[in-house]
Design a protein around this ligand. Structure first.
Ligand code: AMP
Ligand code: GLY
Length: 426
């Protein structure tokens, strides 16, 4: 079996790692991949956003399955293009991917479906948006409608910051086309949790829950990042919580999409805020999370290919998402300075020593091969991941592995999973 995996981050290395263990032992190709995926298959030098390039490769090489990792190719219609040529692809079509590609679309679906979410107003006119934020109560959240590489959400403590945020998006057009429309949203308070589900067009089956750590520094301080680490299960996860999330969030959302004649197939990721009034949807993503995937896939009991095929054919079963009882923790090591400017091309040492520890996986993100040496090639460099009995023990194992890895100016948070450990003790 031949599989093409589109993307080149930590998520894709984790996907490649899980796919490579499948009993069908697939032949893996990764576009463009990283130094980690190169150990499991063949990297193909096609950027994930180059849809024409990916389709041309598929025509030539005829993969049995294409797994699309990142949001950009999904929102640009890569799954539609592959389907049109008769190829099987895991990931939603363009219309369904709008749940991530347009926050205005996602909000209209949430509102129509009666799913709990922050109150919000949509604006296409800067003057009207400015008048609104001047009259509204702070704090406010200003969101660019379209994809903005995770930078399009601005949390505004006061009116002045909200005015600046509107100007950033609509007048200075700092997010390009993505900021032509904005949402101004009520600020929600609480703890965040990522709930991902496999979806087969009709129904959703929840994967293990996870909690990400968005800020760059310990104690949730510093700038927002793509994610500095994750752990699974999230502390609020109980059977009752999972049922409530399925009944009040996923099922009504899918029903509303069906009403609009949109079929969702792939992973649907709901970013939730646990407010005093219950969980509310902050955002949808149309794909696996990064670094959530690095802690979800090691906990998945069965093979991934049958689960993905079941999503495509509409035959998803709860067993496809069955999970192991162990906890999983991923500590992201970044280049110093990330998410600001950072160095690239520094040699990474200790990768083998770290991976040799029991139940430890070192997932690569921004890495590449320079001759025989693995070097840094991005902001998030590695996701050092361990599986273990308790969250506390597992975090200890992940940090032991982190201690064996060195590269110039490496940075990581020291408190990944600390909230969950505290909650379990308390
Ligand atoms: P996103 O880029 O859509 O993932 O949003 C980034 C982050 O912004 C989320 O993970 C939350 O931490 C925060 N956020 C988004 N919307 C709200 C909101 N209405 N209230 C509070 N925080 C929010
Ligand atoms: N970890 C957040 C995301 O994947 O968007």
């Amino acid at each position: 079996m031949k599989i093409l995996l589109v993307g080149g981050g930590g998520r894709e290395h984790a996907l490649a790692w899980k796919l490579a263990q499948d009993r069908r032992r697939p032949e893996l190709f990764c576009a463009p991949g990283n130094a980690g995926t190169a150990e499991l298959g063949v990297n193909v030098p096609i950027p994930a956003e180059d849809i024409d390039g990916v389709v041309a490769w598929a025509r030539r090489e005829k993969p049995d399955l294409t797994v699309i990792g990142p949001e950009a190719p999904l929102c640009a219609g890569l799954a539609d293009r592959l389907h049109a040529e008769g190829f099987r692809a895991f990931g939603p079509c363009r219309a369904a991917a709008q749940l991530e590609g347009s926050k205005v679309f996602a909000k209209s679906v949430l509102q129509a479906a009666g799913v709990p979410t922050a109150q919000s107003e949509t604006f296409t006119n800067a003057e009207k948006a400015l008048a609104y934020v001047r009259a509204a109560k702070s704090p406010l959240v200003v969101k660019a409608d379209g994809l903005a590489s995770g930078k399009g959400v601005l949390i505004c403590a006061n009116t002045r910051e909200a005015e600046d945020a509107v100007a950033t998006a609509m007048i200075h057009q700092s997010f390009g086309k993505a900021g032509r429309q904005i949402l101004v949203e009520e600020f929600l308070e609480g703890e965040e949790v990522s709930i991902l589900a496999l979806v087969d067009g009709r129904q959703a089956v929840l994967l293990p829950s996870a909690q990400d750590h968005k800020r760059a520094l310990d104690g949730d301080l510093g700038l927002n990042t793509g994610g500095m680490g994750a752990y699974s299960p999230a502390p609020m996860e109980t059977a009752a919580f999972r049922k409530m999330v399925l009944d009040t969030i996923f099922n009504p959302t899918l029903k509303e999409l069906r009403r609009r004649d949109i079929t969702y197939q792939g992973v649907l990721y709901a970013g939730l805020m646990m407010t005093a009034a219950g969980p509310k949807v902050l955002e949808f993503n149309c794909r696996f999370g990064d670094p959530e995937t690095q802690v979800i896939l090691p906990r998945l009991k069965g093979d991934l290919i049958p689960a993905m095929e079941a999503c495509i054919t509409g035959n998803l079963l709860p067993e496809h998402a069955a999970c192991r009882p162990e906890a999983c923790v991923c500590v992201v090591m970044t280049a110093g300075g990330y998410p600001g400017a950072y160095r690239k091309g520094d040699a990474i040492a200790g990768l083998k020593e770290a991976a040799a520890l029991s139940e430890t996986m070192v997932f690569h993100a921004g890495t590449k091969l320079a001759g025989k040496q693995i070097v840094t090639a991005g902001g998030r460099v590695l996701g050092v991941t361990a599986l273990g009995r308790t969250l506390c023990e597992t975090a200890g194992k992940a940090y032991q592995a982190v201690a064996r890895i060195t590269f110039q100016d490496a940075h990581y948070r020291r408190d990944i999973a600390a909230k969950g450990i505290k909650r379990n003790r308390g």
